[in-house]
Ligand binder design. Structure first.
Ligand SMILES: [Ca+2]
Ligand SMILES: [Ca+2]
Length: 216
């Protein structure tokens, strides 16, 4: 019996270790390009774009491959200001692909950028020079199948760390451009004003001129 004891001990120890030995490794996160392919964005090109023109946009949240997915907030801001308007709060979305894409509309009557605020109280911008760590934290792609749509991926770790840029993935689709009032040249305004004044003077002259008295 004493000889059997070490053998039993080894068998029991082996059984206890089995779950750790056969536990599957966590699947690696998909790359940004794999995410694009999964979403059907198969015709994209990286764009040298950091800010966006005024207008009404549809913004869609597709994925958050980030441990901070419950705290990260995506917003927009007027360029040159520090007022941030939240588009997606932390609890919107989930780790990985969003269960169902979430779409919202924003009305930005000014040139704007996008920013990501993290639970470490860092804020990262599509304007690279605004980033406190001096790193690039977003990549903007054009959807070549939809010229009105940009697709944006953010990196949410200080120092840009793994640079997978899929910690949050969204699209920005222009619905209505800001109305642009055409500029009228000053010379045209001056001519029109002169003609108007001349017309008013002519009418006034005809109306108020005294009748001539004919003395027979
Ligand atoms: Ca990352
Ligand atoms: Ca990630």
């Amino acid at each position: 019996m004493r000889k059997l004891f070490p053998g039993i001990f080894i068998v029991v120890l082996s059984l206890l270790c089995i779950p750790y030995v056969i536990a599957p490794e966590a699947a690696p996160e998909p790359s940004l390009m794999e995410i694009f392919n999964h979403l059907g964005f198969t015709n994209v090109a990286e764009a040298d774009v950091e800010t966006f023109l005024p207008g009404i946009y549809e913004v869609t949240l597709y994925a958050e491959f980030a441990g901070y997915n419950e705290e990260n907030e995506l917003g927009y801001y007027e360029v040159g200001t520090s007022t941030y308007n939240v588009i997606f709060y932390g609890l919107e979305g989930n780790f990985g692909y969003t269960d169902a894409p979430i779409t919202k509309e924003i009305d930005a009557p000014y040139v704007f950028g996008l920013s990501l605020h993290t639970p470490e109280d860092h804020r990262y911008f599509t304007q690279h020079s605004n980033n406190g760590d001096g790193e690039q934290h977003s990549i903007v792609y054009e959807n070549l199948n939809d010229p009105l749509m940009y697709i944006v991926g953010f990196e949410n770790i200080w120092g840009a760390e793994d640079r997978d840029y899929q910690d949050i993935v969204i699209s920005l689709k222009l619905k209505t451009p800001e109305q642009v009032i055409p500029e009228v040249p000053f010379g045209t305004i001056l001519i029109a004003a002169t003609m108007l004044i001349a017309f008013v003077c002519f009418v006034a002259y005809k109306r108020f001129r005294r009748p001539q008295i004919v003395d027979f």
